[in-house]
Design a binder for this molecule. Structure first.
Ligand code: G3P
Length: 217
């Protein structure tokens, strides 16, 4: 399973990338706002750090404008994936930009039918939002599972990029279902390393080691 990091925080991306944890990056307008950076500048910086796909999202709502924005974003670096919303205009944009050889990530997906349309439009990635479905008392993981089955039934190449990932358990469940990629905030990726028994065991080892009176260095 590939890990994308869901942030526009360059320092956080660099730290995880140095550990080999980053196969790509996803950003969106909210994350650009949070970074306080200019979208073109920060995206270029991220692309210089990470060799895998870096999603940069269009903000126009009409297909012609989305296509123009997508071409401009794609010109930042060869590893840009243009992110478009799952609207009819977004699907048109997806078809045109993938036809021009660009990677396209179709985002704001909340149903298997939407994912089916994105695959038909040639999307490189589909981004179903797990957490936001859970927020309204629906089952985000069930949608991931449905999409996996549908894509496998028909051999679609579109990669399932599980998004709106809020917990380490979401990552486990996505890996079990067979999502191709998970994009998660840095804090969720770091939380995957935590276990209460690791902390407890380490505490015991440190206590016993101190009693030996020994040193390794
Ligand atoms: O990748 C999409 C993600 O940023 C949305 O996450 O937590 O805002 O629903 P969230």
């Amino acid at each position: 399973m590939r890990f994308f990091v869901d942030t526009a925080d360059v320092a956080a991306i660099a730290e995880l990338n140095d550990l080999g944890m980053v196969d790509g990056v996803t950003t969106n307008p909210s994350l650009i706002l949070k970074s306080g950076r200019d979208i073109l500048e920060v995206t270029k910086e991220i692309c210089a750090i990470v060799s895998g796909p870096v999603s940069a999202e269009v903000v126009a709502l009409k297909a012609d404008d989305m296509i123009a924005e997508g071409r401009k974003l794609a010109a930042i670096a060869p590893n840009i994936a243009v992110k478009v919303p799952l609207t009819w205009d977004g699907l048109k944009t997806c078809k045109v930009l993938t036809g021009e050889g660009f990677m396209v990530n179709v985002t704001l997906c909340f149903s298997a039918n939407q994912a089916l349309l994105a695959a038909k439009a040639g999307a490189t990635f589909i981004s179903p939002f797990i957490g936001r479905l859970d927020d309204i008392n629906l089952d985000g993981l069930e949608v991931i599972s449905d999409i996996r089955q549908i894509y496998d039934n028909y051999g679609f190449d579109t990669q399932i990029l599980a998004a709106s990932v809020r917990s380490a358990n979401h990552v486990t469940q996505c890996a079990l279902i067979g999502a191709d990629v998970v994009t998660a905030p840095p804090a969720v990726i770091k939380a995957m390393a935590s276990h209460v028994l690791t902390d407890k065991g380490l505490e015991q080892f440190m206590s016993d080691w101190a009693k030996t009176g020994q040193k390794i260095l």
